[in-house]
Design a binder for this molecule. Sequence first.
Ligand SMILES: Nc1nc(SCCc2ccccc2)c2[nH]cnc2n1
Length: 160
Amino acid sequence: MKNYVEKLFTLVLIRDKTRVLLGYKKRGFGQGRWNGFGGKVEAGETAQEAAARELGEECRLMTAPDNLAKVGELEFTFEESDTLMDVKIFTTNTYTGIPTETDEMRPEWFPLENIPYSHMWPDDELWYPIFLRGNKFKGAFHFKGHDIILSQSLSEVEAF
Ligand SMILES: Nc1nc(SCCc2ccccc2)c2[nH]cnc2n1
């Protein structure tokens, strides 16, 4: 068992009744995959504040941190690293602005029945169904590289 260094991250999934807004990551971690909007939690900010900040930075949508509802918490570890990524996942359908391409992300709406899982992280197709039926979840995924999941746990939870 490795000694992991735990780092906090956020992920925001914007959805309405029929669609989810994803961003194509143009650079950095997860480059080349569609994902929600997120990143590191900086010192001095809450996870909700960090999530609202990243949403604005990555696609120019604005929401109040309190509008972001916690729906999941996932831990990611990798054979090749001693970092444990603790990712808090939020959703909202309350925001202002128009999804706008930035240096980081190209936003696009996807119908719920046409989510591009083959162009997303491999864990996503496992927990999105829980998210899309409005339930909350906790899980952990241990990767070899960025494409192979060596071990996993995933469960629905009543509340955080
Ligand atoms: N969906 C999803 N997202 C992430 S990282 C999300 C948090 C993040 C971290 C760094 C920069 C921006 C965003 C994943 N990692 C491993 N599987 C994964 N699945």
